[in-house]
Design a binder for this molecule. Structure first.
Ligand SMILES: [Zn+2]
Length: 409
């Protein structure tokens, strides 16, 4: 039997166990504490128990202290399967935290009680990031069960806190110095339904809060008020046009090849129609091409807000909500991208393409360290939505791709 056939056979044998572990992952509420959830402790315990009998040479917990949860820490799991040469490590990084279920009335089933239907398993965290987490660990198990020792070490990293900034997850692990400059990284946290898209670049993320302060008054007396809503709108429209015009570069690596500057959330200003609002708050979600420096853009926005404020005798403040400068892309000819490409081709018979996304995954933080990272998964892109699901077929096929990639490293 060829190695490909052995992997096919072994993963099919493991299929019932893979599905069971997938369901168990969904059934544990690991919603990020900064989004109101209980955090990752319980799911980390389940995963530690699951892999402890496997042939990992080392399993280690890195608990990041955090007062946001009653138990005081955020777990991170690192498991190593040593290679025959072991000169470097290929890391596969997935996250254990989930986003909240949102409006429960929009769900067909209980988001934390997995239901299998028509080849899909429904539940929160199924696609984001459960499927890739389960597929990557069972990819390693397949190789272990087949008795294969690849040349390179294989490292599984299960992190906390991906959904709210990664301070207690991948950023914490980077600070512990566990990654080496010769290592390669796979971050399966984005992809497409066909499984032929490898992400190598992300845009910078800049979320802005724009606060306009005027003077509240009765709507019939604009002469004694100062309408914060009017000037908030005027400034937002001005800023919207200004940014689009000035930062208009295109980069064909991205599906949406330009920077995006979108006014999004709007806070309620007054409860009643007949009051002139004294305060107005609007948000912008900006995804900026890596070609630009967002610190420079932000400083420019501050100057524009100052000018506008002086001109209209109003006060406009601009604050950063999320702010992450994109790292330089990973080269499409880098070894890790070629390895992922090759494994997809061999196991799936499809020709993968490379490109960029609006951001942001843990890969951005890895790339910032000057390390190469490829992002890939086969997903229907149901993340963060009601009725999030994973297709069992994708779960199994991705497991085979990981197994092949690991076996040939
Ligand atoms: Zn995710």
């Amino acid at each position: 039997m060829t190695i490909k056939e052995k992997i096919q056979k072994k993963v099919e044998e493991l299929k019932p166990e893979i599905i069971e572990s997938m369901k168990k992952f969904i059934s544990i509420n690991s919603v990020n504490p900064r989004a109101g959830g209980p955090g990752e402790k319980e799911v980390a315990e389940f995963l530690m128990n699951l892999i402890k009998g496997w042939k990992f040479d080392l399993i280690k917990r890195y608990d990041a202290p955090d007062d946001a949860v009653p138990y005081g820490f955020r777990p991170n799991i690192v498991a190593i399967y040593k290679g025959s040469e072991g000169k470097r490590t290929i890391w596969i990084i997935t996250h254990m935290d989930k986003v909240p279920a949102g409006d429960l009335s929009l769900w067909k089933y209980d988001p934390f009680n997995p239901v299998e239907e028509d080849g899909k398993i429904y539940g929160r965290g199924s696609e984001d990031n459960g499927a890739s987490l389960i597929a990557s660990i069972y990819g390693v198990k397949t190789i272990m069960d087949l008795g294969i020792r690849p040349k390179d070490n294989l490292g599984i990293v299960l992190v906390s806190d991906e959904e709210t900034g990664s301070d207690y997850g991948i950023k914490y692990l980077i600070k512990q110095g566990i990654f080496d400059k010769n290592d390669l990284f796979i971050v399966p946290d984005s992809g497409n339904p066909k499984g032929d898209f490898i992400e190598i670049a992300e845009k910078s993320i800049m979320w802005l809060k724009i606060i306009t302060e005027g003077k509240q008054a009765h709507a019939s007396r604009p002469d004694i008020g100062l309408n914060a809503h009017r000037y908030g709108m005027k400034f937002s429209v001005f800023l919207d046009e200004y940014l689009h015009k000035k930062y208009n570069a295109t980069n064909e690596l991205f599906d949406y090849p330009k920077s995006s500057f979108e006014p999004t959330k709007k806070l309620n200003n007054v409860e009643n129609v007949n009051t002139i609002p004294g305060t107005d708050v609007i948000y912008f979600d900006c995804r900026v091409l890596p070609d630009y420096n967002i610190d420079e853009i932000f400083n420019e926005i501050l100057l524009l807000a100052d000018d506008f404020s002086k001109k209209h005798s109003i006060k406009i403040k601009v604050e950063k909500i999320q702010f992450e400068q994109a790292a330089p892309p990973t080269s499409e000819n880098s070894e890790i991208v070629l390895k992922v490409k090759n494994a997809i081709k061999e196991m799936r018979n499809i020709e993968p393409k490379v490109g960029g996304i609006g951001g942001g995954t843990c890969a951005a933080l890895i790339r910032k360290e000057g390390l190469p990272a490829a992002v890939w998964a086969t997903i229907d892109e149901t993340a963060h939505q009601p009725n999030e699901y994973v297709k069992i077929e994708n779960l199994i096929n991705d497991t085979k791709v990981y197994a092949y990639l690991i076996a040939n490293s």
